[in-house]
Design a protein around this ligand. Structure first.
Ligand SMILES: O=P(O)(O)OC[C@H](O)CO
Length: 419
């Protein structure tokens, strides 16, 4: 069989499921053998693939998170656009089969899909119903607004029901990028970068500054616990240990929550919003990753295998199973409909919160996502400046102003290198 190497970033429960899907594909036919390799988190996986490409050792498929999209799109000689791959290998492929929010993120300005959707997520709220009850809160009513997040957190901490009200994964993705979309305020010019390489960051507006300022205040008051940079790896353990009663994290944290939150009941809610911001809540944006095909495989049969595997991955049965297990969105209309027919959403209340959030309102220029170059590095700057604020080195406005000025230097460099 022709081997097809796939480098991915799915660890823990998600990694086990990826191995199961790959085994299912390999058993379903004997022409190709997909070999899946876990390469660490999203940033590590992307960096390993770039280094491997330079050394001529690249895999056929690499999973890249959504914020790597701008960089991958610009790497023209390195990528094999998916719409072209499917056409050249004669594989049936209908971009309209995918949810519009997913397609929009990964298409070029001519509407061509460049990478293959696989695991699209969006952040949601998880909460501990048992702690809510102990604190005298209604376990069936999650907070809707940030004012309620603060009020509920105070009740939880003051009553001793838990040590902290809430934590969050991804300060960048959830409390800055999705926060901005949810409140319909821009992250940058040129429709958050979709309009061209001359886009610049503007995520230091009054709505974002107020929110970062509140996060600092809530951290000082012990209502919010910081879970660390990048994905905020401490968020899940803090939630599982019932230290924090609420957690904002990827819809795909569901698999881990289901496996680890054994001693208490979990409720699900939408992201909170400030009710004095006009138009909030707007819609959330997708995260997660897509599969990029890399150029340079010597045997064309490898690409035929990639196309065949992609068809398998996006079949309604495989997608619905992956979505229902992981909490990633059902990325095709057919997978969503299959779940409805199966009665999955009725049997699993809260499993459709993410879908409701991304489809809450038709996306605006501020809420269809982002596409900035060098954004992997810009995310590190966001974490860095958030920590500087928590450590009293800067106030919220000063920290966000630095995000914008440092980030824009990277955008200027990216524009010069890729125009
Ligand atoms: O944890 P994931 O896969 O939902 O991804 C979260 C963020 O979108 C990563 O950039």
């Amino acid at each position: 069989a022709t081997q097809v190497q796939w480098w991915h970033a799915m660890g823990g429960e998600l990694g086990k499921k990826v191995d199961e899907i790959v085994a299912g594909y390999n058993a379903s036919q004997d022409e190709y053998e997909v070999v899946a390799s876990y390469k660490g988190g999203y940033a590590d996986t992307m960096n390993s693939a770039i280094a491997a490409f330079r050394a001529g050792q690249q895999p056929a498929i690499v999973q890249v998170y959504e914020v790597g999209t701008g960089t991958m799109m610009a790497a023209k000689g390195a990528i094999y656009p998916v719409y072209q791959l499917m056409k050249e290998t004669g594989e049936d492929f209908d971009p309209n089969a995918f949810l519009p929010a997913v397609v929009g993120y990964y298409t070029d300005t001519d509407g061509n899909m460049l990478s293959m959707p696989f695991n699209s997520s969006t952040p949601i709220l998880y909460y501990n119903k048992d702690v809510f009850e102990k604190a005298g809160l209604d376990p069936n009513t999650p907070p809707k607004t940030w004012a309620e997040m603060e009020e509920f957190s105070k009740k939880i901490v003051d009553s001793g029901a838990a040590d902290c009200g809430f934590t969050t994964g991804w300060v960048s993705w959830i409390q800055t990028e999705n926060f901005s979309a949810w409140h319909n305020v821009p992250l940058g010019t040129e429709e958050n970068g979709f309009g061209g390489l001359d886009a610049r960051l503007t995520m230091n507006g009054p709505v974002q500054a107020k929110h970062w300022g509140n996060m600092k205040k809530w951290a000082d008051e012990g209502l919010y616990k910081y879970a660390g940079p990048v994905g905020g790896d401490d968020a899940q353990p803090l939630f599982y240990a019932q230290t924090c009663a609420m957690m904002m994290n990827s819809s795909a944290s569901r698999a881990g929550v289901m496996a680890n939150a054994k001693d208490f009941d979990v409720g699900f809610g939408m992201l909170p919003y400030y009710d004095d911001v006009d138009g909030a809540p707007q819609n959330s944006i997708i995260g997660g990753a897509t599969l990029w095909v890399l150029q340079g495989q010597k045997d064309n049969a490898v690409y035929e295998g990639v196309a065949d595997f992609f068809s398998y991955l996006s079949s309604p049965e495989v997608q619905a199973d992956w979505h229902q297990f992981s909490g990633y969105l059902p990325i095709t209309n057919a997978a969503y409909e299959l779940g409805q027919e199966q009665g999955y959403y009725e049997a699993n209340p809260g499993a459709d919160v993410g879908i409701k959030e991304i489809t809450l309102n038709p996306p605006t220029a501020n809420s269809k996502g982002l596409r900035f170059g060098n954004y992997v590095q810009i995310r590190n700057i966001i974490d860095d400046e958030f920590e500087a604020m928590l450590n009293n080195k800067k106030d919220a406005q000063g920290a966000l102003d630095s995000v914008v000025s440092r980030g824009n230097e990277l955008l200027v460099e990216f524009q010069a290198a890729n125009q």
